[in-house]
Design a protein around this ligand. Structure first.
Ligand SMILES: Nc1nc2c(ncn2[C@@H]2O[C@H](COP(=O)(O)OP(=O)(O)OP(=O)(O)O)[C@@H](O)[C@H]2O)c(=O)[nH]1
Ligand SMILES: [Mg+2]
Length: 283
C-alpha cells in the first residue's frame, strides 16, 4: 500500500567515463555501494542502488561512462547508459569540474531536458571563479537544475540528494527496506574483485580484466579472473602470488558474513572483442 505522499523513482546517473558518477552515488547513498577507481570504465553494468529516507525511496542507477564510436566492450557499455536513461524517471548528468565541459559532455547534455539535472562534481579540485564559468557554460542547456558537489569532502551532496528527492514522482515503495543494491550477489562480488585488482595493478592492465564469481561450496565463492593474454597472468598473480593474496584479503574484508572468495586466473583471448565471450560474461 502506498503511504500518502510517498515518493519513489529511478534516476539514471550518466556522464563521461571517470566523471565521478559512482563516487557521487555512494556519497548520496551514504554507503559504499558502487565500485570506484581512478581508471575510466570502472563501472561496466547498470547498478540500481536504493536510498531510503523519510517519505521517499530514491533509486540511483549507476551506468558505465558514455564513450562514442567504440567497438566491442566499449560499444556495449555506451548502450547501457542509453537504455537506463530511457527507463528512468529522469537523469542526473555528472560533469567533472576539474576537466571542464568537453565535447563528450555536450553530446550527452544535448539529449537531456528540463526534467533532468546536472551536477558539477569534484569541486574540491577547482577554484570558485572557474566553477562560475562552468555553470555559465552549462546554462546553454535548459536543464531542470544546476548543482555543485564534491564526493570527496561531502560539500553539496545533501543538496544533490534533496534536489533528486523533490523531483521523484509520487508512488509506492518498490524495494524491501533492507535492500541497498539490486544486483545478483555474484555479479557484485565479481566487481569487488575487479575493483581491488584495479587498485593493486594501477596502469598495468585495467581494461583487460573481467571477473566471474560462482559459489562452489557453502561459504566459498570461486572467482575466475580472466585476462586477455598469457603474459598478463603473471602480472595479476604478482611475485609469489602477492597481488592475488592482497586482493583476496581486501575483498574478504568486505564480503557478507559467512562468505569468502578464492581466486584463479585464466586467459580468455581478446575477450573484449569476442562477441561469444562478451555474451558469456553477460554484456
Ligand atoms: N578529488 C575528487 N576526486 C573524486 C571525486 N569524485 C570522484 N573522484 C575520483 O575520480 C575517479 C573516478 O571516480 P568514479 O566514481 O569511479 O567515476 P565514474 O564516473 O563512476 O567512472 P566510470 O565508472 O569509469 O565511468 C576516482 O579516482 C575517484 O576517487 C571528488 O568529488 N573529488
Ligand atoms: Mg563508475
Amino acid at each position: 500500500m502506498a503511504e500518502d505522499g510517498f515518493r519513489s523513482g529511478f534516476v539514471a546517473v550518466v556522464g563521461r567515463p571517470n566523471a565521478g558518477k559512482s563516487s557521487l552515488i555512494n556519497a548520496v547513498a551514504g554507503a559504499k555501494l558502487s565500485i570506484v577507481s581512478w581508471h575510466p570504465n570502472t563501472t561496466r553494468r547498470a547498478l540500481r542502488t536504493v536510498t531510503t529516507g523519510e517519505g521517499f525511496e530514491l533509486i540511483l542507477v549507476d551506468t558505465p561512462g558514455t564513450t562514442q564510436g567504440q567497438a566491442g566492450l566499449g560499444k556495449m557499455l555506451a548502450g547501457v547508459a542509453e537504455e537506463e536513461m530511457g527507463n528512468a524517471d529522469f537523469s542526473l548528468a555528472v560533469v567533472d569540474a576539474s576537466r571542464g565541459v568537453a565535447g563528450k559532455d555536450a553530446l550527452l547534455l544535448d539529449r537531456l531536458g528540463e526534467r533532468d539535472l546536472v551536477v558539477l562534481t569534484k569541486i574540491d579540485l577547482v577554484p570558485r571563479p572557474r566553477l562560475l564559468e562552468l555553470l555559465a557554460e552549462l546554462s546553454r542547456w535548459s536543464l531542470g537544475e544546476y548543482l555543485l558537489a564534491s564526493s570527496k569532502t561531502g560539500e553539496g551532496v545533501g543538496e544533490v540528494r534533496g534536489a533528486l528527492v523533490s523531483r521523484l514522482p509520487f508512488g509506492p515503495r518498490m524495494y524491501d527496506p533492507n535492500t541497498r543494491v539490486d544486483q545478483p550477489l555474484l555479479l557484485w562480488i565479481g566487481d569487488l574483485v575487479r575493483e581491488q585488482l584495479l587498485r593493486h595493478l594501477r596502469d598495468e592492465l585495467p581494461h583487460a580484466v573481467e571477473c566471474r564469481a560462482e559459489e562452489v561450496e557453502e561459504g566459498t565463492v570461486d572467482v575466475v579472473i580472466y585476462v586477455e593474454r598469457e603474459s598478463q597472468k603473471g602480472i595479476v598473480i604478482g611475485s609469489g602470488g602477492s597481488v592475488l593474496a592482497a586482493v583476496r584479503r581486501a575483498v574478504n574484508r568486505r564480503m557478507p558474513s559467512g562468505l569468502s572468495v578464492q581466486l584463479r586466473v585464466k586467459v580468455a583471448s581478446n575477450w573484449q572483442h569476442d562477441p561469444k565471450r562478451l555474451a558469456e560474461f553477460g554484456y
